[in-house]
Design a protein around this ligand. Sequence first.
Ligand code: SF4
Ligand code: SF4
Length: 246
Amino acid sequence: MLGLGIIKGLVETGRNFVGSYFKPERLVTIQYPEKHLPPVEAARTIPFLVYDGKDSMKGLRCTACTICETECPPKCIYIVKDTVKKPDYLGKMQNQPKVFDIDISVCMGCGICVEVCPFESIKMDQVFELSGSDRFGAMLLHKAQLVKSNDYFGEICHEQATQINAARADDVRKAEAKAKADADAKAKAAAVAVSNAAAGVAAVAASSMTATPGTTQPDSKPAPKAASTSTPLPAPSKPTVPSATP
Ligand code: SF4
Ligand code: SF4
């Protein structure tokens, strides 16, 4: 029937209108700004930079790779790489941004920077009361204003943060296992080298002990002459001369 959908919609609106006087959950609006609705996990407004631990600068995940800067459609991210490196969560030295600015008056909240970041270091925030009277000062957020802890990220996006934390903990376990295996291999190689060196020294000592013709050992004594046991031969007898008898 023509217009049936419109009639159904109006009936539902009427039921909610009358019902909201008796059941508060039928209210579809709230008294803003006195009241705020809790945002859903997928809600997004502007990006922020995630850091681990307590120190926002030491724990900053961003490596200043500039992928997000390149991919941002309205080009509202500005990054300058620092010349000094710092250790990442695995202990490897990583680059860090000296400058990381986002012009939130230009940002359209698309979330592409989050999608392309290989280090889980930029995430979308859910704050929305960001109006200001200074177009060029207040709207350009610097690194210190953009950093937020991983705990905060866990509060606004619990599911995502849990998955990322598990993956990073797995990385840490793998890195520790590799470091232990490398240390064991080094210790084994050092032990083999020491044993080979000891065997070489023993071989040299043994060869020097071997008698060489014409050489005299320091503590060798001349062997005593053996006593002769041969019987002396008898003296040859004189030939007898016949006497001349007349
Ligand atoms: S959310 Fe989109 S517009 Fe905003 S900084 Fe990220 S990539 Fe750029
Ligand atoms: S936020 Fe991510 S993509 Fe952007 S520079 Fe930092 S590490 Fe690279």
